[in-house]
Write a protein that binds this ligand. Structure first.
Ligand code: C2E
Ligand code: MG
Ligand code: MG
Ligand code: MG
Length: 285
């Protein structure tokens, strides 16, 4: 949406801009209403699979918006717009509340499943984030270790001091932390080493072509080695085929997530999916 000439920094008139701004404002208004309604925003969950034994190690919560007239709007379309305003904080709280409520429901059903929530760069700088997390964990009586927050490197590098302080506070509460989309942002090894992060998620764009593109394969291998050297668990995103699984196992990757195993799905479907994965412990009859 930038209307600035990148060379001169001078604003230039772009006839498409008014239309763009108009639709952007409409989207923000609709999203505000969606946050007040009870049925437009839901969470889907995608399982994360341990590569050594095939067990489910947790799930990532991904927001879904069913717009009353436009139908499903993908997060890639509305998250970046929400991030330009304070609305992203409300959305993040909405997602945290829904995810922790679901963790509680699963616990009551006898299923202990750690859940990961994506946290936007802006929220990481939000002074209220830690307090909200504490309050929600208490409200749902969920152990902090069952909550994982995913942040990108760029989010940390945008304001390293504040981001590091926030992440350290969350870590001290027992919340787990992941670096999401690793390899796509600005990297600083110095910060990566200093952050209390225990998981590195290699971006799916590298994983997707690792079987065909030598450079991508080298990057994936490098990310796995770096993560392990820093004492982190390494997750591969976007695992779409059995060839990926074999290659990642050979490289010593710890966890995989992707369509090869399951697409993100409603909570009820995930608990059914998990019990279908488990061999029956009680013989039938
Ligand atoms: P992400 O956090 O990196 O999430 C992974 C994305 O990859 C999800 O897209 C997921 O559906 C997709 N994916 C999973 N496995 C595969 C695969 O095998 N192949 C392919 N091609 N894609 C796969 P989704 O749900 O559309 O979300 C896109 C992005 O939007 C997320 O990327 C995240 O950055 C953001 N997002 C989603 N939900 C939330 C949320 O609740 N809060 C915030 N702040 N951001 C969110
Ligand atoms: Mg994520
Ligand atoms: Mg990711
Ligand atoms: Mg991604």
């Amino acid at each position: 949406y930038s209307a600035k000439d990148t060379k001169t920094g001078v604003a230039v008139y772009d006839p498409a801009m008014q239309v763009e701004d108009g639709s952007r404002l409409l989207l923000l208004g609709d999203l505000r209403r969606a946050l007040d309604s009870t049925d437009q925003l839901t969470l889907h969950y995608q399982p994360k699979i341990r590569l050594n034994d095939g067990q489910v190690s947790g799930a990532e919560a991904l927001v879904r918006w069913q717009h009353p007239t436009r139908g499903a709007i993908p997060p890639a379309e509305f998250i970046p717009v929400a991030e330009t305003t304070g609305l992203i904080s409300r959305l993040t709280l909405y997602v945290l509340r829904a995810a922790l409520g679901q963790v509680r429901t699963w616990l009551d059903d006898g299923l202990t499943l750690p859940v990961a929530v994506n946290v936007s760069p802006r929220c990481l700088l939000d002074a209220g984030l830690v307090g909200h997390v504490v309050a929600l964990l208490r409200e749902f009586d969920v152990p902090a270790s069952l909550l994982r927050l995913e942040v990108t490197e760029s989010a940390v590098m945008a304001n390293p001091a504040t981001a590091t302080a926030t992440l350290t506070e969350l870590h001290e509460l027992g919340v787990r932390l992941s670096i999401d989309d690793y390899g796509t942002g600005y990297s600083s090894m110095a910060y990566l080493k200093r952050l209390p992060v225990d998981e590195l998620k290699v971006d799916r764009t590298f994983v997707l072509h690792m079987d065909a593109d030598h450079d991508d394969a080298v990057l994936v291998r490098g990310a796995i080695e770096l993560g392990h050297n820093l004492g982190m668990t390494v997750v591969a995103e976007g695992v779409e085929g059995i060839a990926h699984v074999a290659a990642l196992q050979a490289l010593g990757c710890d966890i995989a997530q992707g369509y090869h195993y399951a697409r993100p799905m409603p909570a009820a479907d995930l608990s059914r999916w998990i019990s279908d994965q488990r061999p029956a412990t009680v013989p039938v009859g």
